[in-house]
Design a protein around this ligand. Structure first.
Ligand code: SF4
Ligand code: MG
Length: 336
């Protein structure tokens, strides 16, 4: 497997007045292989969006700052890039889709202007060729009458159609990586399923990889190859999707899995996990989940758990799987 993205020990801090530092992302490491779909999950405030914005170098500075770590995309060191180079990377190497209505579609321009402009900005082709390409892309994302849609304004389209257009724009320059931040959260369930399917189809036909940010484990189940669970600015569990669903080791992951609505419930209102994500300017000294954890032990308040290995590709940041009869098992014997 070839690596596409490699994030190492990323730290992104925000200054929030009076010597207060919010450690929004606090030592995050992960990689994405070519062709892979990786889901980054967690509640809001866990650091998922800040992680993805950092990869695109879109952290507002100040108050935010990438204070440590590295981000490499296909061998390019993104943290060393100038803003001018990053503008090329965004749209060309990295395509982006955000949550409706936070899409980057501009309400005052027709779809034609926005899609064609994105193509012309990154590819040296004529307007006529760009228009041809735009029509092809709209067809690829399942829009039946591309010519008509080109001449419409965003508000004339449904939410699902707008997300299709966004995917067309995101894929218009054949990016290596597609970053999708809650791309279907505002859509109704049937449209949501269509859009997720479309994203995967586009990923395959363009040979890209996907980083999907979501709080919805149902979405994860339908799309991801591998899952990273984030809590309190850190990755607390990482595993292949099947392993994570069958064998969750972190109490937070288990709680997230219980928030998937069952078919019988016939509702999208997710039951939430009691309590709140700790504020990023005052994490406790021990485990960051301890206040909400039904299994919290004395050691959890005393010492912060490190990521430990469960099996190949499965890691967890929790003392529990590494305890036996109230004693911590030595690192070298850790295997469960
Ligand atoms: Fe719960 Fe302790 Fe594991 Fe934290 S380290 S999740 S408090 S069992
Ligand atoms: Mg977010």
């Amino acid at each position: 497997k070839e690596k596409l993205l490699e994030v190492k020990d990323l730290k992104v801090y925000f200054e929030i007045g009076h010597d207060k530092i919010a450690k929004a992302v606090d030592g995050v490491s992960f990689s994405i292989n070519k062709g892979e779909t990786v889901a980054l999950v967690g509640e809001s405030g866990s650091g998922k969006s800040v992680t993805s914005l950092s990869i695109m170098r879109l952290i507002p500075t100040p108050p935010g700052k990438i204070v440590g770590g590295s981000i490499e995309l296909d061998g390019q060191d993104l943290l060393s890039y100038t803003e001018k180079n990053m503008r090329k990377v965004r749209g060309e190497d990295i395509g982006m889709i955000f949550q409706e209505p936070m899409t980057s579609l501009d309400p005052v321009f027709k779809i034609e202007n926005q899609l064609i402009e994105s193509i012309i900005y990154h590819q040296r082709i004529s307007k006529k060729e760009a228009k041809q390409r735009a029509l092809e892309l709209l067809q690829l994302v399942g829009i039946a009458n591309p010519e008509k849609v080109l001449h419409e304004y965003p508000h004339q389209l449904s939410g699902g159609m707008r997300q299709r257009v966004m995917i067309a724009i995101a894929m218009s320059n054949n990016p290596k990586l597609l970053i999708a931040d809650e791309p279907t959260t505002a859509l109704d369930v049937t449209v949501q399923a269509q859009i997720l399917k479309l994203m995967l189809k586009m990923k395959d036909s363009f040979n890209s990889s996907i980083l999907l940010i979501t709080h919805d484990m149902g979405v994860v189940a339908e799309t991801a190859d591998r899952v990273l669970v984030m809590y309190g600015g850190q990755i607390v569990e990482e595993a292949q999707v099947k392993e994570l669903f069958l064998n969750p080791k972190h109490p937070y992951t288990a709680a997230l899995l219980r928030t998937i609505p069952s078919l019988e419930q016939n509702t999208r209102r997710l039951p939430s996990i009691p309590g709140n994500v700790p504020p990023a300017h005052k994490f406790p000294k021990g485990c960051r989940f301890a206040d909400r954890c039904e299994f919290a032990m004395d050691i959890c308040r005393e010492s912060a758990p490190a990521l430990g290995r469960i099996s190949d590709g499965h890691q967890v940041r929790c003392h529990l799987p590494f305890m036996k009869g109230g004693q911590e098992i030595g690192e070298e014997t850790r295997s469960i």
